[in-house]
Design a protein around this ligand. Structure first.
Ligand code: ATP
Ligand code: MG
Length: 245
């Protein structure tokens, strides 16, 4: 599904991502972990077109998407969510997801229709899927942090993705919100046959759902493998798990 080959990103003299490669198979659930500043968000931004790599290649289902603009990558089947929630606070929940449909699919032949009339059925169905049907008409800003993340997930799903990149999907959530959102993610992945690539600081979440884990440290890959292999890796224990205690 996704092949990242030796991507690098420099900010001035500082190398944030250093020749990182990763392969994610169709329907796999893969995680990128690492301490703060390891380069996880930068790595995601290189994949999704929000940053242009200085070197390397990104291939999505056999198509080279290196440095393609984010909206095109989105249309090719890659959805994403951001570490800092990225929704329109002043719009309702419904309008947030509806706007995403209009952005991805356009207005079709409905040039003269008001925006409010577009993609109503799709939006209603999607809100049901992400568990927000009863909050459709609330202002996004009035929602709990966990519910706002659900809105963001709805926005990401509106482009009908095959792969979802989620940058710390449970950041700032309570334990209960984290549990619910992981259940929801697993359910959606199963239902739509999605491939997932996510970053996460909560090791319980990582080791409970990831089938493959890559560990970044100072922009470099220090380990990669199954959860068991990564947990046993001496360098990971020293550099990463050790730092957290
Ligand atoms: N636009 C930028 N300009 C300069 N430096 C940047 C920029 N974006 C990120 N960095 C630096 O690159 C390094 C990697 O940052 P990044 O946000 O990718 O880390 P991260 O692994 O996502 O960290 P966190 O766990 O805190 O989210 C950090 O040292 C950060 O300060
Ligand atoms: Mg980050």
């Amino acid at each position: 599904m996704l092949e990242v080959e030796g991507v690098s990103k420099r900010f001035g003299g500082f190398v944030a991502v250093d020749a990182v490669s990763l392969t994610v198979a169709k329907k796999q659930i893969a995680a990128v972990i690492g301490p703060n500043g390891a380069g996880k968000s930068t790595f995601f931004n290189l994949i999704t077109g929000h940053l242009r790599p200085d070197a390397g290649r990104v291939v999505l289902e056999g198509r080279d998407i290196t440095a393609a603009p984010p909206h095109r990558i989105c249309r090719m089947g890659m959805g994403r969510s951001f570490q800092r929630t990225n929704i329109f606070p002043q719009l309702t929940v419904f309008e947030n997801v509806q706007a995403a449909y209009i952005a991805h699919r356009g207005r079709g032949t409905n040039f003269w229709a008001s925006s409010a009339a577009l993609y109503r059925d799709e939006t209603t169905a999607l809100l049901q899927q992400v568990g927000l049907a009863d909050k459709a008409n609330e202002a996004a800003s009035a929602l709990s942090h966990g519910n706002q993340k659900q809105v963001e997930l709805g926005i990401a799903l509106a482009c009908d993705p095959e792969i979802l990149l989620l940058d710390e999907p449970t950041a700032g959530m309570s334990a209960a919100e984290t549990r619910d959102s992981i259940k929801l993610l697993q359910h959606l992945a199963e239902k739509f046959g999605l491939t997932l690539l996510f970053t996460e600081h909560d090791m319980e979440v990582v080791f409970s759902i990831a089938e493959k884990i890559m560990v970044l440290h100072q922009g470099r890959v220090i380990a990669e493998g199954t959860p068991d292999e990564v947990q046993r890796n001496a360098e990971v224990r020293r550099i990463y798990l050790g730092e957290r205690k």
